[in-house]
Write a protein that binds this ligand. Structure first.
Ligand SMILES: Cc1ncc(C[n+]2csc(CCOP(=O)(O)OP(=O)(O)O)c2C)c(N)n1
Ligand SMILES: [Mg+2]
Length: 320
């Protein structure tokens, strides 16, 4: 499958938008403008973008406590994401969800679920609805390496496997669950080895190389669309920042972080395509400027938006 220059540039811009969104959010958080905490994903752009670029309009994604880049890559307008982080009425969840619940089902992303592993059964359930309603769509289910030790992971994958549900399980293996290194809590070497237990294909790939992710996802998505059932894709990646805003990440060695910085997915893309001629320094500057403008407009929109009204407190939320 040859990717057109337009597709490659779309993936590049989307990765830059993800990264600069996270940087902008970090700065706003440090200025005390955003309530709550945030879990950021700088360094994981190739997995969010490679997966989302392989999807069709009416497909669905599910996400985690680290959802910003998934939402940006899925194409939810950044002004609605930014407004949600500011807890404003114009946010994608009316300002009532915040960072860990961003999403918009109408735009192909179920609001994220902060319970580790909580999105996995939901993805299987959504895929069941696609199958039952005979829709040609699939679900991409993002979760972390830590989540693959949670019971719901095993139950949901088993059920999706026996019913050949149209879902692709996408494990972003960033080597840590909070401060715990994955090899301390998982005896098998690869998360994808676990696929064998459920009779589905499992594959581990370089999650910092956007085109590799895209191709693997296209293949797994096609399989799911053809009624052949789920795939477990493990994307090897790394978060270049702490687990959350309160985590300086001292459990990781400087050497390890430096090693992964060399595999930064955006820098790698730039290095490849500056050499091959698809990118020029001027084009990179132009793309960054347009992203910066989009983000500045998003912040202005969020800041100017009203907060939800106190009397709306019980609307849009689960209320027995
Ligand atoms: C059921 C549950 N247990 C614990 C937590 C606290 N917690 C939030 S994120 C996290 C680590 C998750 O690790 P992983 O699945 O690898 O995702 P990553 O943070 O690396 O993206 C933990 C333990 C939680 N949110 N839900
Ligand atoms: Mg992890």
């Amino acid at each position: 499958m040859n990717l057109t220059p337009e597709k490659k540039l779309a993936m590049y811009r989307s990765m830059v938008l993800c990264r600069m969104f996270e940087e902008q959010v970090n700065s706003l958080f440090l200025q005390g403008k955003l309530p709550g905490t945030i879990h950021q994903a700088q360094g994981q752009e190739a997995s969010a973008v490679g997966v989302c670029q392989a999807l069709e309009e009416h497909d669905m994604i599910t996400s985690t406590h680290r959802p910003h880049e998934h939402a940006v890559a899925r194409g939810i307008p950044v002004k609605y994401l930014m407004a949600e982080l500011f807890a404003k009425k114009t946010g994608c969840c009316g300002g009532k969800g915040g960072s860990m619940h961003i999403g918009d089902a109408a735009l192909g992303m179920l609001p994220a679920i902060a319970i580790v592993g909580g999105g996995i059964p939901l993805a299987a359930g959504y895929a069941l609805s696609f199958q039952y309603l005979k829709k040609p769509n699939i679900v991409a289910c993002f979760f972390g390496d830590g989540a693959s030790n949670i019971g719901s992971f095993h139950e949901a994958i088993n059920m999706a496997a026996i019913w050949d549900l149209p879902v692709v399980f996408v494990c972003e293996n960033n080597k840590y669950g909070a401060s715990t290194a994955i090899d301390q809590v998982m005896k098998v070497k690869r998360v994808s080895d676990r696929a064998a237990a459920y009779g589905i294909p499992g594959q581990t790939i370089d999650g910092n190389e956007v085109e590799i992710v895209y191709r693997a996802m296209r293949e797994a998505a096609a399989r799911a669309r053809e009624g052949k059932g789920p795939t477990l894709l493990e994307l090897e990646t790394y978060r270049l920042v702490g687990h959350s805003r309160s985590d300086p990440g001292h459990y990781r060695s400087k050497e390890e972080v430096a090693e992964w910085k060399k595999r930064d997915p955006i820098a790698r893309f730039e290095a490849t395509y500056l050499t091959e001629g698809l990118l020029t320094d001027d084009l990179i500057r132009t793309i960054r400027l347009s992203v910066e403008q989009e983000l500045n407009e998003a912040v202005a929109f969020a800041e100017a938006s009203p907060a939800p009204l106190p009397e709306e407190c019980l609307t849009d939320v689960f209320n027995e």
